[in-house]
Design a protein around this ligand. Structure first.
Ligand SMILES: Cc1cc2nc3c(=O)[nH]c(=O)nc-3n(C[C@H](O)[C@H](O)[C@H](O)COP(=O)(O)OP(=O)(O)OC[C@H]3O[C@@H](n4cnc5c(N)ncnc54)[C@H](O)[C@@H]3O)c2cc1C
Length: 311
């Protein structure tokens, strides 16, 4: 696909978050939500799958085939909007702007020091070209069940900060996704940042992505985890698993089981049973249901072995 094949669209920049929210509200009221172009690594690719737009006899615009947008999209470049950028630490709360790229997260001393899982996950997204453009906000908005960033944020039990003309709203990761690529974010809500209440420094974390190759591979299965261990027990276990359900799997049964008694008493059979309860993988172009189930059990057991469980 070349840039010349993209449908016509109007592209704008805005002066700040207030102007962006007003524009987003106007467009949503017209039934044509604004596209917030951050890295473009999801949206531009999606355009190839859309039916082309053509001018009708009366000058109206409509898709030539199938269901598509009634109007050419209004695209706003948010990649350099200051309100959506920046990585900062206030006490034990880390705030990462929505327009932060994976490359910026890989290189951030704050993230490397206090949220190393985010930096490690970022190394496995696409290849360096995608990491230089793709953003956390785009990953959250697209909300693919294969999204690596969403899995890592789920493990941190992060909070997504969104803004609209109605004000700010904070969405816990556990309340974000409602179905395949569906979220509780309203069409006029802009993702501004994510906030993470950081675990104690030095807390164990885990990242494993299984794909067809080392780079440019969408996960067949990926597991992100953050743990806090006290006196041989898991005081906290945050989990996010990609590509095993219509949404990022938070593995509530695995979390509950592992925190219910000393790590040394966990058994492989009960861990496998909890994993089976928490996932519903499918066969698709990237993998099979059976292989995903096998990998899901394998990565959870590997994580728990690293934490000292005899599984
Ligand atoms: C070759 C290739 C490899 C890839 N590999 C991976 C991978 O390994 N792992 C992975 O998880 N993903 C991967 N992706 C998908 C993509 O790179 C990521 O999902 C990325 O995070 C998207 O961010 P973006 O800034 O490019 O989003 P964009 O394409 O700019 O935007 C995507 C959508 O998000 C919306 N949006 C963007 N920012 C905001 C905001 N602040 N508020 C509200 N809505 C917003 C836009 O309106 C648009 O609908 C890959 C993509 C490609 C093309």
């Amino acid at each position: 696909m070349s840039l010349a094949d993209l449908p016509l669209f109007e592209m704008r920049r805005v002066s700040g978050l207030g102007a962006l929210c007003e524009l987003a509200a106007e467009q949503a009221a017209r039934g044509a939500p604004v596209v917030l172009l951050a890295g473009g690594t999801d949206w531009v690719v999606e355009q190839e799958l859309r039916p082309p737009l053509e001018l009708g006899a009366a000058g109206t615009v409509g898709p030539t085939a199938g269901a598509g947008p009634a109007l050419p999209p209004l695209v706003v470049d948010v990649s350099r909007l200051p309100d959506l950028r920046g990585i900062s630490l206030a006490g034990d709360t880390l705030r990462v702007g929505a327009a932060t790229t994976y490359l910026e997260m890989r290189r951030s001393d704050v993230i490397l020091g206090r949220a190393p899982l985010l930096a490690r996950m970022s190394r496995d997204v696409g290849a360096v070209q995608i990491q230089a453009r793709g953003t956390l906000g785009g990953n959250l908005a697209t909300a693919s069940p294969a999204a690596d960033g969403v899995a890592a944020l789920a493990a941190y039990d992060a909070t997504v900060v969104v803004q609209s003309v109605r004000g700010e709203r904070r969405i816990p990761m556990s309340a974000l996704q409602t179905g395949y690529k569906r979220t509780t974010r309203a069409p006029d809500e802009v993702i501004v940042a994510v906030e993470i209440a950081l675990p104690e420094p030095g807390s164990p974390w885990y990242w494993r992505k299984i794909g067809a190759r080392r780079a440019q591979a969408i996960s067949k299965v990926a597991l992100a985890a953050v743990a806090e261990v006290r006196s041989g027990r898991l005081a906290r276990l945050g989990l996010g698993m990609a590509s095993v359900a219509p949404t990022t799997a938070l593995l509530p049964n695995v979390r509950a089981l592992c925190c219910s008694r000393p790590i040394a008493e966990l058994t492989a059979a009960e861990v496998d049973a909890a994993v089976a309860q928490d996932i519903s993988p499918i066969d698709d172009v990237r993998s099979t249901r059976d292989y995903r189930e096998h990998c899901a059990r394998g990565v959870v057991r590997e994580l728990l072995r690293q934490l000292g469980a005899p599984v």
